[in-house]
Write a protein that binds this ligand. Structure first.
Ligand SMILES: Nc1ncnc2c1ncn2[C@@H]1O[C@H](COP(=O)(O)OP(=O)(O)OP(=O)(O)O)[C@@H](O)[C@H]1O
Ligand SMILES: Nc1ccn([C@@H]2O[C@H](COP(=O)(O)O)[C@@H](O)[C@H]2O)c(=O)n1
Length: 683
């Protein structure tokens, strides 16, 4: 996940490949609650691991439900069978509507029947999301429900610690025209108390987002509860209902998350050698309403083939066709249509989307504001949005997209990186995608391609112990870029030579046959990088490589042209989306001469010796400053004076002498320089 202030997505050109989606949020949180309320245990597979499911899991654990990860990856939920092991709790539910609403209903009923008391709260935005219609319905049932701040909004207190009789004889009336989640919450909760007689729910107003109710009904059935449905106005839960675990249940991939990749396949040319985008884990037999996004995407021109559990998407009509669509049936996925509209041949109108205004943010306002930043003309109304794309490529703007702590805004606007002006897009607070799709951007980058020159590289070259590695790692971390520590590759060649019994003594390196053998050794290095670790032939050699003798051996083998040539491809392969920070001696001069920014980092030899001394001592390695100073001067001299790719500043490098700076200041200087070179320097 990109837990950084902003992520700059370079202009993207094509897409292709297969992705497997994370589990559906709607199904995951419903299944978790149903499993917790059932008799027996349930093993759940393919559960979404995200902020919202973590919130639900934490709440269930605090309510006394036992949760055990299984060896096969399933999560075992031991159901409490409608009992109340914990009578009082304060639950924090973040911004997870799929936890807040169903838990409100279930806990209100259980607290009323058994004499419990619960407080449910969330982040400030959750306290602005209306829940009054559900509160009204629960009060009709005789549940003591108190809104602790503003009437009709969380935080809530459920129950008053005393048991009360529930009034189940009359149909419970609930509004269906603001959010279908209130009805879902009641449908999930009422089987807990429908023992003696049937319990009916009557929907007031036109029920919106019906497909979400279908998911609820489908899952209730899987957990042994049948609900009679009369149209979309009346639902009856039979007397004697009781949740029973299905034993094992798989969560299908999230259809709303699929929408970004369906749109991607529709608007991006297929990467040569691929056949467009294939999505696994969700398909045409999905029980999720957002699967109907497929129809909407087809209307806009997407070429989509589907199977039960898989979708295959290619660009069809281009530009996409503008549409005028009632999106009430796909409220979440419809946001993706708003971004597809930026690539359409006219004005697209998405209507009947009033519910967007009470989601994670006011989504109509958010989509309009951010689309305008890109150069689109947007009209918004109480329940619609109308988008006209920028008229010409030159009318597009490089925009820094504000994401309003809304995962869908972030994911939608990433697709603006396919703009015809080839401008990058900045996504602010990219970690907000953790709500439903923590690895969204990683997945996107896996299947997207762009000409190599579009992938930015920052080179950091300089003498040993100047702080290149430290600085590069921090800059890469803050930008979400990949990191190439090229010195490690030369250190590995030194180590591999030692293991193979090949001399790295300077006189031997002059022998052409010996040099060739070292080159072959370098070409066949079996190395893997796992986070901070370097694995050589399966063995963790991270610490072995950091010794001074490994550095000296590296310095010697690095003067061999065959070795340098052999490591070329490996280094180039690090240039991947969204960008690279490369640290070494010849990054800016030889390996990435087209790098967007080059820094030549220096510090006085004495300073560097002191730093290296501290570094070694802190790792428990004995060292002496005079010896280190002599070694680093010898290493620098060899690196500077060798024939092949000597250490020197590239002509266009920015010089940074950090002798008088601490690490933070050096990093900030480089980040400031970088910001000045991005398309967002005014942001
Ligand atoms: N600006 C700085 N101020 C003080 N100490 C620093 C600074 N930058 C780096 N250091 C410290 O100096 C030591 C050497 O830094 P680092 O290993 O990053 O250097 P390097 O240039 O990558 O060395 P090499 O080329 O040998 O790999 C580290 O302990 C690091 O914490
Ligand atoms: N691009 C590079 C990087 C390193 N070297 C040589 O490897 C030695 C070890 O590098 P460290 O950065 O890990 O200290 C270094 O002294 C260089 O001789 C290189 O040639 N080119």
């Amino acid at each position: 996940m990109f837990a950084i202030p902003h992520l700059d997505i370079p202009p993207l050109a094509s897409a292709g490949g297969t992705i497997r989606l994370p589990g559906s949020k709607s199904i995951s949180n419903r299944v978790l609650l149903l499993a917790a309320l059932s008799v027996g245990h349930t093993d759940i597979t393919d559960l979404l691991d995200s902020d919202d499911t973590r919130v639900m899991l934490k709440a269930l654990a605090e309510l006394g439900c036992r949760i055990e990860p299984q060896a096969d990856g399933a999560l075992r939920i031991h159901g409490v069978g409608g009992a109340l092991p914990v009578q009082r709790a304060k639950l924090f539910l973040g911004n997870a509507g799929t936890a807040m609403r169903p838990l409100t209903a279930s806990l209100a009923l259980l607290a009323t029947r058994h004499g419990g008391e619960f407080e449910l709260s969330g982040i400030p935005r959750m306290h602005e999301r209306p829940i009054g219609d559900l509160v009204d319905a629960l009060r009709q049932l005789g549940c003591p429900v108190t809104c602790l701040a503003n009437e009709g909004y969380p935080p809530l207190r459920l129950g008053d610690g005393q048991p009360h009789a529930l009034q189940l004889e009359q149909p419970i009336r609930v509004r269906g025209d603001v959010s279908s989640q209130f009805l879902t919450a009641l449908l999930l909760a009422l089987p807990l108390v429908a023992q003696e007689s049937d319990v009916a729910i009557e929907v007031v107003g036109e029920l919106i987002s019906r497909p979400y109710i279908e998911i609820t009904l489908n899952l209730l059935e899987r957990f042994g509860v049948n609900v009679r449905r009369d149209g979309w106005e009346r639902f009856t839960i039979s007397a004697g209902s009781r949740y029973a675990s299905p034993g094992r249940i798989a969560v299908e991939g999230d259809a709303s998350s699929a929408s970004y990749f369906i749109a991607l396949g529709a608007l991006a040319p297929a990467t040569p050698g691929t056949d467009g985008i294939t999505i696994e884990g969700v398909g045409l037999s999905s029980i999720q309403g957002d699967i109907r996004f497929v129809e909407a995407a087809r209307l806009m021109g997407a070429n989509i083939a589907g199977e039960a559990n898989r979708l295959h998407i290619r660009r069809g009509t281009w530009p996409l066709k503008a549409i005028d669509l009632d999106c009430n049936h796909i409220p979440d996925a419809a946001m993706t249509l708003a971004v597809m509209a930026l690539y359409a041949d006219g004005t697209t109108t998405l209507s009947n989307i009033a519910s967007w205004r009470v989601k994670e943010t006011d989504r109509i306002a958010a989509m309009a504001t951010e689309a305008r930043k890109l150069g689109a003309s947007v009209e918004e109304g109480a329940d619609y949005i109308r988008i006209t794309p920028p008229a010409r490529p030159q009318d597009w703007r490089a925009a820094s997209i504000h994401t309003y702590d809304d995962h869908r805004v972030a994911m939608c606007f990433s697709l603006a990186a396919f703009n015809p002006a080839h401008l990058p897009v900045r996504i602010e607070d990219p970690k907000c995608v953790a709500k439903t799709f923590p690895d969204y951007f990683e997945t996107l980058f896996q299947v997207c391609a762009t000409p190599i020159e579009n992938i930015p590289v920052i080179c950091v070259d300089g003498p040993t112990a100047s702080g290149k590695g430290t600085l590069s790692a921090e800059v890469a971390e803050q930008l979400g870029y990949h990191l190439l520590d090229s010195g490690v590759l030369y250190r590995l060649v030194g180590l591999a030579a030692e293991q193979a019994g090949l001399s790295t003594a300077e006189p031997d390196l002059k022998d052409p046959a010996h040099a060739r053998r070292l080159g072959e050794l370098a070409a066949g290095l079996r190395v893997r990088f796992e986070g901070q670790k370097t694995l050589f032939e399966g063995r963790d050699v991270t610490d072995d490589l950091r010794t001074e003798s490994a550095g000296m051996a590296a310095s010697r083998v690095s003067s061999v042209a065959e070795v340098r040539q052999a490591l070329l491809g490996l280094q180039h392969a690090f240039r991947q989306l969204p960008g690279l920070v490369a640290d070494g001696r010849d990054m800016g001069t030889v390996i990435f001469p087209d790098a967007r920014m080059k820094v030549f980092l220096t510090a006085s030899a004495e300073q560097r010796a002191v730093r290296r001394h501290k570094q070694l001592i802190s790792k428990g390695i004995a060292a002496n400053i005079d010896g280190l100073l002599a070694d680093l001067k010898a290493r620098d001299l060899r690196d500077i004076s060798r024939t092949h790719a000597p250490l020197k500043a590239a002509e266009d490098a920015l010089q940074l002498d950090n002798s008088g700076m601490d690490i933070e200041q050096s990093v900030q200087q480089v980040l400031d320089w970088w910001q000045g070179r991005t398309a967002f320097s005014g942001s």
